[in-house]
Write a protein that binds this ligand. Sequence first.
Ligand code: NDP
Length: 331
Amino acid sequence: MDILILNSADVRRLLPMDACIDAMAEAFMALRRGEALNPLRLVMMLPDQRSVLAVMPSYLKDSMGVKVISVMPGNHGTPYDSHNGAVLLFEAVHGQPLAMIEAGAITAIRTAAVSGLATRLLAREDAGDLAILGVGVQARTHLEAMQSVRKLHRVRVWSRNLDRARIFAEREAAKYGLTIEVMPTVQVAVAGADLICTTTAAREPILMGEWLAPGVHLNVVGASLRTTREVDTAAMVKSRLYVDRRESTLNEAGDFLIPKSEGTVDDSHIQGELGEVLLGQVKGRQSAAEITLFKSLGLAVEDLASAQLIYAQAVEQGIGIKVPFGDHEAD
Ligand code: NDP
């Protein structure tokens, strides 16, 4: 049996944002229908209490997979990306490994694609005043995703390191022919915005509810532990909350669990999962003035759905390196 090795350049070529958004929609509906398996991830915290190694298995349609990924917040500003690892894709009949695919690029694209999907479902149709908090890997792909689903007329970015924010703004503005304004504080970055993406590695709130304009949609992406959050209690309380998965939210989302532990929200604050909105089981936005918040944690099935798409395209186009791997009678 051969295994196909696909690197980050292959992933970027074979996983365009629009196709990934559609694949995420299919995966969320499959999960909701009970056609996919997605146990909670295993997260091993390293002794520095910041970096982790996470293991994320899942099953969808005719295959199964596992993402193994290191998350090193200290890599920002170095030549290394924050997320590194691999998605191992298996067929689910004989359990043969099919491909090993670079996971940093998948994570960058699929996370933003899910925010793109949430924005498509929950933001006002005319939303186009975007604020991005953070200027790392996720900020880059979120800018692309937001452009895929809404017509942007203003883009502001904030990061605590203004030099890095300026470099980000210049690079991305040149790439898309946009004007990107670098803002000195979060408060001015989000003033009047109707789309906000929080993509920082902050552990304490950086975004306060009192700064949110009516009608804004937020994609809250950066924190994925029960003890960390990017938005304060007021922001959570005044928003209608949508999630990728209830079970993950109730176990991993500090943005929700910290207000819950304070008694300001309970589980009924979760309006629904994206899959429920897609299947018409739960309503999305109800009025132009309400605030919608999508809390993203990232699910293994998002990586698997991406890997399936990449693998199918790679086989069709003859991309990647085949390596003889396990023993097989027919070999
Ligand atoms: P990067 O390391 O590339 O970027 C991190 C960004 O966060 C930088 O702009 C950095 O700014 C900023 N930052 C770091 N610490 C703080 C802080 N204390 N306060 C404010 N800003 C801070 O990371 P990624 O873009 O890859 O990931 C961003 C976050 O998203 C991470 O926490 C990651 O774990 C999470 N993530 C979530 C996923 C999901 O599915 N929901 C998937 C992938 C990632 P500075 O220049 O000042 O250091």
